[in-house]
Design a protein around this ligand. Structure first.
Ligand code: NAP
Ligand code: G4F
Length: 325
């Protein structure tokens, strides 16, 4: 069923981009997305291929750093909805590449908002904000009104992206919403993030391809959900009459240690026999604990997560076992 609507996604090759593209195709959207030119183009659409939708989306070369390209693309596509998921999204790398992270994850948001303001001011805009902005938490449970205290160049850049989205909404009356999403994962998660590193590591150990798994701070706590659930919240935000900001979270927090335990137990392995703590994997400044309050998303969007942490980790271990076998 054709909805008659066109969506434009940055970050379509990433985890959320792939799941959101699938959701929008399912709803009858024409789905277009920005892709960075790569010398290994054949692996660019690996997540879209995993979901079997690579032929159903239109990919357009471009970069969040290139305003002229964004202007031309938005003019040509005339999207009804714009989802800005593109970012240098790995917190640890942001200390190695603070300037690039600031340009892409921070200023890149202004580039896209400018392109929308000039070429498609009637479109609706979603900004992928992050619970990392809470950093050194100022309240036990973080909501839309909790003050921010970013703890990495990534989080500082995201804070800029968040406020420039609010500012463009208030300055130019744009329908621009910001989703403050807590950690969400899936079998399509990048291998550098801790859940996928764990499920891939456990699968390797199970298959006799490795014997140890090296991690950093396993006392850190995160509020983990599933990407498939979280992209639904993004779409719901853009269906509201009035643009706003929403926390998207499960309301449950778990240590890296306990998340890890779920993966080892599912594979029938004893975690203590394989886990090694590596000081090099600790961060210059840590976010010790995150716990989101999703009440507003529940009440205004009717959104609730459907997939538990246990179900997700089991799905991820099984997917990694299949990948590696
Ligand atoms: P991801 O898998 O790392 O995907 C990031 C995407 O950004 C990729 O498609 C990447 O393209 C693209 N990108 C990177 N630099 C770019 C540039 N200069 N121009 C255009 N595109 C660029 O991230 P994700 O987990 O799907 O997250 C999606 C968004 O939500 C990100 O903005 C992230 O910061 C934010 N977020 C994520 C979480 C989470 O827990 N997953 C929570 C809160 C917020 P390549 O494929 O070419 O690298
Ligand atoms: O999986 P992580 O790398 O995710 P992090 O830093 O929380 O960031 C993710 O979630 C944010 C939302 O809150 C997003 F905005 C961001 O883009 C990204 O998607 O690390 C989670 C925790 C950290 O406390 C880290 O120190 O796990 C700890 N950890 C312990 N050992 C490790 C490792 N993290 C990684 N990546 N690798 C380890 O070996």
């Amino acid at each position: 069923m054709d909805s008659g609507k066109t969506a434009f996604l940055t970050g379509i090759t990433g985890q959320d981009g792939a799941y959101l593209a699938a959701l929008l195709l399912d709803k009858g959207y024409r789905v277009t997305g920005l892709v960075r030119r790569s010398s290994t183009a054949e692996i660019n659409d690996i997540r879209l291929k995993w979901l079997g939708i690579e032929k159903d989306v239109e990919l357009i070369d471009g970069d969040l750093l290139d305003l002229s390209g964004l202007l031309r693309t938005i003019k040509e596509i005339r999207p009804d909805e714009i989802y800005n998921l593109g970012a240098q999204s790995f917190v640890k790398s942001s200390w190695q590449q603070p300037l690039l992270t600031g340009q892409v994850t921070g200023l890149g948001v202004t580039n896209l908002l400018e392109a929308m303001r000039i070429e498609a001011p009637e479109a609706r805009f979603y900004q992928a904000s992050s619970s990392e902005m809470y950093g050194l938490i100022q309240e036990d449970m973080q909501s839309e009104t909790t003050p921010f205290y970013p703890r990495s160049p990534y989080a500082v850049a995201k804070l800029y992206g968040h406020w420039i989205t609010v500012n463009y909404r208030e300055s130019f009356d744009l329908h621009a919403s910001s989703g403050i999403l807590f950690n969400h994962e899936s079998p399509l998660r990048g291998i550098e993030f801790v859940t996928r590193k764990v499920t891939d590591g456990v699968a390797r150990i199970k298959l006799g391809k490795a014997n140890e798994l090296r991690l950093g701070n396993i006392d850190a706590k995160r509020d983990w959900g599933h990407s498939k659930d979280y992209v639904r919240a993004m779409w719901l935000m853009l269906q509201q009459d009035v643009a706003d900001d929403y926390v998207v979270a499960t309301g449950v927090t778990t240590t890296v240690r306990d998340m890890c335990k779920i993966a080892f137990e599912h594979a029938g392995l004893n975690m203590e026999d394989h886990l090694v703590i590596d000081q090099d994997l600790f961060r210059p400044a840590e976010v010790d604990v995150l716990l989101g309050n999703p009440t507003k998303a529940k009440e205004k969007l009717g959104w609730e997560p459907a997939i538990s942490l246990e179900e997700m980790i089991v799905e991820m271990v099984d997917a990694d076992l299949v990948r590696l076998s």
